[in-house]
Ligand binder design. Sequence first.
Ligand SMILES: O=C(O)c1cc(=O)[nH]c(=O)n1[C@@H]1O[C@H](COP(=O)(O)O)[C@@H](O)[C@H]1O
Length: 373
Amino acid sequence: MFLQWPGREAVLRVPIEGQDREAEETLAEAAEILSLLNAAHRAVQQGGRGAERLPPAARGRTPGTCHPHRAGRHLRSAGRDFRLRQCRPRGGRAARVSLAPMTPAAPPSFAQAVTERTRRLQTRLCVGLDPRSGTYRDAAHLRSHTLDVLEATAPYAACVKPQLAFFEALGLPGFTLLEEVCAAARTLGLPVILDGKRGDIGSTAEAYAQGWLSGPHAGDALTVNPFLGFETLTPFVGAARANGGAIFVLVKTSNPDQADLQGSGISERVAAEVARLGETEGGEYASVGAVVGATHPADLGHFRALMPRALLLLPGLGAQGATPDDLAAAFHPGGTGALASASRAVQYALGLDVTASREAARRLRDGLNGALR
Ligand SMILES: O=C(O)c1cc(=O)[nH]c(=O)n1[C@@H]1O[C@H](COP(=O)(O)O)[C@@H](O)[C@H]1O
């Protein structure tokens, strides 16, 4: 077992013995080494030599890289987290150390992260990334424009939604780009919804769920097609819950032809299942959300009421004709609970002009905020 002391540049590893008393014992040892490191550091700063005073566990490290210990500092020991209450050197080779155990904070779930971002940045916009290969000179151009649009629009976005079809169409390089997009989104603090509309018999759905919610190309959330029956949702729900992710189940899609199959109460049956799956979960919003087209403004309040704890993904803003003013009924008071999505209207707002994409995202964010006032 090891204690790690994460300094700015050095990680000090000290062997730990014992279980319960490990905090006192280990930190006493660590503090001793730190106190020696600090003494050595001071000696080096004063022009002397100090490294030879280090105990074997600390030898070989640059004394100048040690980090002074501070109350409040976070320590990780054998997978447990502690906060340093006090670390007082006592004489040359001893120190008194006092630790408070910490319960490590679980990373926020998709629903928490996206809702927190909505509140903090006042944005309900989901930026869709649908890179169309015919639009670009070559693969490098497609890549750079896609990443540029992501970066330029991030300040106005609650989340980003790459549509898998456009990446799959590029073959293997598309998967590499998707990974880059997901990594860049995470660096920008943007939760990622992968729009894959997956769904299959349960055993195959398990592989989809593994691939898109926990595999190397995974997003934080995935759109899911319930057409095969509710059994198809089970692996996706399991993977989303296990990974702090989410799924968005197609309830009423944005296209006019949805009526062919989604009329006659079908959307309501799916909505009831979405609500049922979410009702056992704690938290403000459940991990099971719903896709409801922004192109159905008259139905948004209805579906909001049927799935009170579901996040609603509202595609169809912009190119499919929906406007921010159409969407207020999908939100809860306070302006949370829904994400309005636009792809072409942002990514190709004015050809390949990235500044125009940025402005389009800003206008849509402002429009959505205005509609909620
Ligand atoms: O799940 C989706 O994102 C989705 C559901 C739906 O009902 N309608 C719909 O258009 N979408 C996706 O949302 C995006 C809409 O693109 P734009 O019309 O360019 O904004 C496309 O990637 C669609 O695949």
